[in-house]
Design a protein around this ligand. Structure first.
Ligand SMILES: [Zn+2]
Length: 413
């Protein structure tokens, strides 16, 4: 019974009356000198991790459209599928590298010389190298021991660096890897000048506290940047990304709507919803937030899904206020029940008035929107009529508007 989500629409009231700074203090996250919640970069992986989503099939034109939109939105990096995956993947990577986008173009390859050579041939700005380090992956996937992993990592990183290209080295399934193995591997690649090391919760098992502990420990071991990658199997992907930044991570992997392997990773929109609350100026200065809905709709259409009702920011009811007491406060001062100003994302709030939970302030606001005039006492009588009707059956907006209009006609008669 809510209207569809609107962008730059006219529902509800205007933006938050007071500047956010006045209300910002309670939202500040715990900060120390290693925290990067006010200074992070996004590695947007819709065209790599997102391609592993069950429904995803991106043709060249769609990849170009998505990459262009993401670059325009302001993400710092766009990661694409390995050119070793298929001949078309290689052609698409070359095509996107040739667009001259503002975002840096990365590809994600296995830790071997052949894959690294292919990536560089395509003209990428950076290569993301990955290898499994957990005992599960060492036994059941590639079968290599840690000494072999370290030797090949060093060879591949040195080669990529010799070509003047940015390189990241990531373990896979980091949270189920042996901590000592992991740290000595990261230390070795940091020593030869890798640009970033990556921590990946490939199976989605980590909790925010585990993430904080691992990233904070790693921060004390390496001097390079730290990238993090979180799967959402237990719904912790956004919280884990936030914990990683608090601990000193510098880069967060995202995908639009969180699409990826299984149920995906940290969603771009959800991460920015989380970050804007404590780092408003940083987020609004770097990203064209009003483009978020358009990008999400573009990707949702490409992979044939609907945007979930409870999606942060763009879910159809993300800024809908229903309970009477909420509506009253929201009409007076939106910050009362909103920590995010919808206007920052080019969205608008909606005061739900067509229900038995409504209050007379919400009805009064609707009466005014309809261009009608009533006294407060008259609005209160009208409100009780609407509540009586809403107790009998669900009310649509049109139903409620006709109750309001006929009440107004009776008043005039
Ligand atoms: Zn992943």
């Amino acid at each position: 019974m809510c209207p569809p989500p609107t962008q730059n629409g006219t529902n509800g009231t205007n933006g938050h009356a007071k500047p956010r700074a006045a209300a910002a203090a309670p939202y500040q996250t715990v900060q120390d000198f290693l925290s990067n919640t006010n200074n992070f970069k996004i590695i947007e992986s819709t065209l790599r991790e997102g391609e592993q989503f069950a429904n995803a099939y991106f043709d060249t034109a769609t990849k170009i459209k998505i990459a262009t939109a993401l670059s325009d939105f302001g993400v710092e990096y766009i990661e694409l599928t390995s050119p070793a995956a298929s001949p078309q993947s290689m052609e698409d990577l070359k095509a996107i590298c040739g667009l001259g986008l503002k975002a840096k173009i990365l590809t994600h390859v296995r830790c071997n010389m052949e894959d690294a050579r292919l990536a560089i041939e395509c003209g990428v700005d950076g290569v993301d190298v990955v290898i499994g380090t957990s005992s599960f992956l060492r036994e059941h996937s590639h079968g290599k021991d840690m000494a072999y992993i370290q030797k090949s990592a060093i060879e591949v990183i040195n080669y990529i660096k010799s070509k003047g290209i940015e390189v990241r080295f990531s373990s896979e399934d980091s949270f189920r890897s042996d901590l000592v193995d992991l740290l000595s591997l990261y230390k070795a690649v940091d020593a030869i000048g890798v640009n970033r090391v990556g921590v990946a919760d490939t199976v989605g098992c980590a909790t925010p506290r585990q993430v904080f502990d691992l990233v904070r420990t790693l921060r004390g071991v390496v001097s390079c940047d730290i990238e993090t990658h979180f799967h959402n199997d237990t719904g912790c992907a956004i919280a884990n990304a936030h914990a990683a930044l608090e601990a000193g991570a510098t880069h967060i992997d995202t995908s639009v709507l969180g699409i990826g392997e299984r149920n995906g990773i940290t969603p771009l929109g959800g991460l920015l919803a989380r970050m804007i609350v404590g780092s408003h100026d940083y987020v609004t200065s770097r990203y064209k937030l009003a483009k978020l809905k358009e990008i999400e709709d573009m990707v949702a259409e490409a992979v044939e899904i609907n945007v979930p009702f409870n999606n942060p920011i763009t879910g159809f009811c993300a800024f809908t206020h229903k309970a009477g007491i909420h509506a009253k406060a929201i009409l007076n001062e939106p910050s009362t029940y909103e920590i995010i100003n919808p206007a920052d994302f080019g969205m608008s709030r909606y005061i739900h008035f067509a229900s038995r939970l409504t209050g007379w302030n919400a009805i009064k606001s609707r009466v005014e929107q309809l261009g009608l005039t009533m006294t407060d006492d008259q609005v209160k009588t009208l409100t009780s009529k609407i509540k009586q009707m809403a107790d009998i059956r669900p009310l649509a907006i049109d139903d409620t508007d006709s109750i309001i209009r006929s009440f107004h006609l009776d008043l005039q008669a």
